[in-house]
Design a protein around this ligand. Structure first.
Ligand code: IMP
Ligand code: MG
Length: 202
């Protein structure tokens, strides 16, 4: 049974429980296995640090459902730094991508991130990978996709240009934590996704 941290008023409620996440990870893994094929070499590259919990569950589930020929890599994409975004404020436009020495040889690359919010991170990662590996077939997978409440024209256009191939869950336009996602570096360890009170992290 999932429980919010005792006495911590900065989290409001559990949005997606751990059982529901595990069930969805399994569904995504089966879909990915079927789309690529068991024996097609596939590099799965995760964005640190948010995607770490999701990607480690995803690759083990992929293995369990029979996918073979996978390699695992990580990159670091920093967009927000230590900021908890509220409402329709815009995150940092410039996303810094550090490949952390990863050398990808597979023709098929699956980028895994925790959440698609305004879109700077995923578009930055895809642009960098396309520049480095122009011949590769690049697809994207996010655990969460935020439904933006009041996006600017710029953000609307950016989000319109990104359509992740695999999405775990759609979430409302609030700051969420857990299962790898943080607020000021906290709560990544929670096995569920919880709603944070943004005002508590000003
Ligand atoms: P984007 O570039 O605006 O799409 O933001 C995506 C990145 O910001 C993700 O990789 C996360 O690291 C972080 N992020 C965005 N929204 C949230 C959230 O609600 N909780 C935790 N991290 C978030
Ligand atoms: Mg991130």
């Amino acid at each position: 049974m999932d429980k919010l941290p005792v006495g911590d008023k900065r989290l409001e409620s559990i949005l997606i429980g751990s059982d529901k996440i595990q069930q969805r990870v399994e569904e995504l893994a089966c879909q990915i296995r079927d789309d690529y094929g068991v024996m097609t070499p596939l590099c799965i590259i995760g964005a640190l640090k948010g995607a770490t919990i999701f990607i480690t569950d995803l690759v083990r589930t992929l293995s369990r459902v029979g996918k073979q020929e996978m390699t695992l890599a990580f990159l670091r994409a920093s967009a927000y730094g230590d900021v908890v975004r509220t409402g329709d404020s815009v995150g940092m436009r410039k996303v810094n991508i550090d490949m952390l020495g990863a050398k990808i040889t597979a023709k098929h690359i699956l980028v895994v991130d925790d959440i698609l919010d305004q879109g700077f991170t995923l578009s930055g990662i895809c642009a960098k990978l396309t520049e480095l590996y122009p011949e590769a077939n690049i697809k994207t997978c996010v655990l969460l996709k935020k439904e933006l409440a009041n996006p600017s024209e710029e953000i609307k256009a950016l989000r319109g240009s990104i359509n992740p191939d695999y999405v775990g869950f759609k979430v409302q336009d609030r700051w969420v934590v857990g299962y790898g996602l943080d607020a000021k570096e906290m709560y990544r360890e929670l096995p569920y996704i919880a709603l944070a009170d943004e005002k508590a992290f000003d």
